[in-house]
Design a protein around this ligand. Structure first.
Ligand code: FE2
Ligand code: FE2
Length: 163
């Protein structure tokens, strides 16, 4: 556990592990839904119980990827805005383009929906960030540190969306 080891390898592994646990969580919830719809309540319950565990495993990885000591609500909003912006400006448009080429109409429609959803999520988060920035600015005298963090995060988020 030496800090001299290349930390990027471990960060990458934590990100992969987080992705895997997150997928297991959602997949098991989906399998639970399928099982319940097919009348198998016991299997549905088993999937739900395990999905809850996977969620805790994913949280464990996030504790290391985004340590509380280095996080603020403003920073969390900024990260979320960046992720949603990537989804609707790059990821889904590329996926959509490739789905058109393959003639997969259902996927094109699904990606179109996700582009709209990601854009709406990014806008909603930006609104929360802007509102929080104003709220903290009003308390600037006692909360100068947080007010400045919100202001800086908001400026970075605005710059991101302007790209
Ligand atoms: Fe797990
Ligand atoms: Fe989203």
């Amino acid at each position: 556990m030496s800090q001299t080891n290349n930390p990027s390898v471990t960060i990458k592994n934590l990100e992969s592990a987080f992705a895997g646990e997150s997928m297991a969580h959602i997949k098991y919830r989906y399998f639970a839904k399928l099982s319940r719809e097919m009348g198998d309540e016991a299997t549905a319950k088993a999937f739900e119980a395990t999905a809850d565990q996977e969620l805790m495993h994913a949280f464990g990885h996030l504790d290391l990827l985004y340590p509380k000591t280095k996080m603020t609500p403003a920073k969390a909003l900024e990260i979320a805005i960046e992720g949603e912006t990537y989804e609707y400006t790059e990821m889904y448009p590329t996926f959509r383009h490739l789905a058109v080429e393959e003639g997969h109409a259902a996927a094109v429609a699904e990606f179109d929906e996700q582009i709209a959803e990601s854009q709406a999520h990014a806008e909603a988060f930006r609104l929360v960030l802007a509102t929080a920035a104003k709220r903290f600015a009003a308390l600037a005298k006692v909360e100068a540190h947080h007010a400045n963090q919100y202001k800086a995060a908001l400026e970075r988020a605005n710059a991101l969306v302007a790209v």
